[in-house]
Design a protein around this ligand. Structure first.
Ligand code: COA
Length: 165
């Protein structure tokens, strides 16, 4: 990929803005269509835009990630995607780091992720868990998910600070 993007290392990561939503949706449109990522509602994205981070290069969005909070202590990293021609260059990892930093900033205690790319998260200290331990997630999302009975995602959890309770 570096061949046709010689300035790749000039990308930056920032908080998403409302105007970014169509570009973000375009980045994961193919993955949604292929059933590898769940669709996101534009309305919910607008309401929570401050919990999205985007990577951009030459004013074009090339990656995204978001946090979804189930409780003030528990959040999930969701909608991690890198535009196809920029993959395998470390950007996915930078976006995971940005999401973990944001979770810390927001005071989360635990960060959950449900993924088909567990190797990526394990490098940050995420540990494999059982999705049934997260009833908020199961009730809110899994029950409505088309893959409820055939889920092939791995649940991983990162404890970022000790709970005070
Ligand atoms: C998953 C995804 C975000 C990774 O982005 P990326 O920019 O290619 O990731 P990175 O280059 O930072 O790679 C991080 C690590 O994962 C490895 N990796 C990335 N994609 C991989 C793949 N498809 N198969 C095996 N290893 C892979 C890299 O080799 C790297 O490991 P290393 O640090 O030991 O070298 C990207 O492939 C993507 O957008 N996929 C489609 C959307 C998707 O599946 N999202 C769900 C993820 S929760």
């Amino acid at each position: 990929m570096i061949d046709h993007h010689p300035n790749f290392n000039q990308y930056r990561i920032r908080t998403a803005q409302l105007a970014d939503i169509p570009e973000i949706l375009a980045i994961f449109a193919d993955e949604v269509e292929a059933g590898r990522m769940l669709p996101r509602s534009e309305e919910i994205m607008r309401a929570n835009i401050q919990d999205w981070r985007v990577a951009y290069l030459d004013n074009v969005i090339i990656g995204c990630v978001s946090l979804v909070f189930f409780t003030p202590q528990l959040c999930e990293i969701r909608s991690l995607a890198v535009a196809e021609s920029y993959r395998q260059n470390g950007l996915g990892k930078k976006l995971v780091q940005a999401a973990v930093d944001l979770a810390e900033e927001r005071g989360a205690v635990n960060v959950l992720t449900l993924t088909r790319a567990p190797y990526l998260f394990e490098q940050f200290g995420f540990e494999r868990d059982d999705i049934r331990n997260f009833h908020q997630k199961v009730q809110q999302d899994c029950q409505l998910c088309p893959f409820l009975t055939c889920c092939d995602e791995v649940a991983l959890l990162l404890k970022i600070k000790e709970s005070v309770q």
